[in-house]
Write a protein that binds this ligand. Structure first.
Ligand SMILES: *Cc1c(COP(=O)(O)O)cnc(C)c1O
Length: 364
């Protein structure tokens, strides 16, 4: 069968391997599998969100409130931005898709750093747009400015903190890139891990209201990472109303379920959970840094809930991740990004003990 020829250039996105797969393929009991591959919160969902899901469940026969009044109100209060500046997506992924469809076509191009979130490219290719990358994987303003002047891309993606590298871009650099962009270029600041950057070093924390100061920028946030709601699929975009109105034209009706709306609204007010999350995370992150030093792995300073280990020549990232998988430990191999590296989500102390022991065992 013939399909849209743009599909030929698309590599299907490979998600972190699910626990069920390791259970089926290696006969390991589900409670023995340690999943550190998808940057989920190891504490589980925010308890307030869990309670809200239970309370909302009997309303599952009703269509959700398509105006998303409660959640928009909660986000509006949290970030001090007007409700007409907010759009909600089934994960911030869905908003990336709206952006792509609203801005891109066969004559258009998008600009991003050399190594960044894989979905930017996939959504761009669906529209037949050209994908441009800066030479370095860090977001270097000079590189972005030069390519923006030469190529006039329709969309620029700034992922800070960046996935899968874990580094963050200084605020001043982000604003410099936005300010240098053409008024018709939409600069998307993807803050999927911003809560972690904010907890580590305020000078890297960009708030949605700061992004609203620019007429050509869009901030993206998600409930999937720090808030522990990856399974509920809720993300948000914040921008000037002109941008939000265009993205709203791409939105299918009822794109967020009743339970997801309830969970995200409750999670918005759960600051205690975020505090607990950050305390556990940064304690455990130190153990990963120490382990890497002891093993002679290079690390990229992490502003996220994962750490990226760049492996020495004698250790192959594909072989290491496969060997860990057979031991019931799922990590993310970055060979597909052209790196001999693994990305590991920082888990609970027990999960991290398992990971360290498995790595020791594999390396002998
Ligand atoms: C996880 C992630 C997202 C989106 O996650 P959703 O679950 O779709 O909200 C977006 N950008 C980056 C960089 C991510 O790592």
């Amino acid at each position: 069968m013939r399909f849209n020829p743009e599909l030929d250039a698309i590599k299907t996105y490979e998600a972190g391997k699910p626990i069920e797969l390791v259970v089926r393929e290696f006969g390991i009991a589900p409670e023995e599998v340690v999943k550190l591959a998808s940057n989920e919160n190891p504490l589980g969902p925010s308890p307030k969100a869990l309670e809200a899901i239970r309370t909302a469940a009997p309303q599952a026969h009703r269509y959700p409130d398509d105006s998303m009044f409660e959640l928009k109100g909660a986000l509006s209060r949290r970030f001090g931005v007007p409700e007409e500046s907010i759009i909600i997506g089934a994960g911030s992924d869905q908003i990336l898709e709206f952006v792509s469809r609203a801005k891109l076509h066969r004559e258009a191009s998008v600009l991003m750093s050399r190594i960044t979130f894989a979905m930017y490219e996939i959504y761009a290719r669906q529209q037949g747009a050209r994908v441009l990358r800066t030479p370095h994987w860090r977001h270097i303003p000079e590189e972005f400015v030069e390519l923006m002047e030469r190529e006039r891309p329709e969309v620029v993606y700034l992922c800070t903190p960046n996935n899968p590298t874990g580094d963050a871009t200084p605020k001043a650099d982000v604003f410099r890139i936005i300010e240098a962009a053409d008024p018709d270029t939409l600069v998307v600041v993807d803050g999927a891990y911003m809560e972690y950057a904010a907890a580590k070093d305020r000078s890297f924390a960009i708030s949605p209201s700061e992004i609203l100061a620019y007429p050509n920028a869009l901030y993206l946030g998600t409930f999937s990472k720090a808030y522990g709601l990856g399974g509920m699929r809720v993300g948000y975009g914040i921008a000037r109303p002109e941008i939000i109105r265009a993205l709203m034209k791409m939105r299918p009706p009822f794109n967020i379920t009743t339970l997801s709306l309830a969970a995200a609204t409750a999670a918005c007010g759960d600051d205690a959970f975020i505090e607990r999350t950050m305390e556990l995370h940064f304690n455990e992150l130190e153990r990963y840094e120490a382990f890497a030093r002891a093993k002679g792995f290079e690390t990229i300073e992490s502003f996220t809930n994962f750490i990226t280990w760049i492996l020495p020549e004698g250790i192959d990232s594909t072989r290491l991740s496969d060997a860990l998988l057979r031991r019931g430990v799922i990590v993310r191999n970055l060979a597909g990004y052209g790196l001999n590296a693994v990305r590991i989500t920082v888990g609970t102390p027990r999960e991290n003990d398992r990971l360290f022991a498995a790595v020791e065992e594999v390396l002998g």
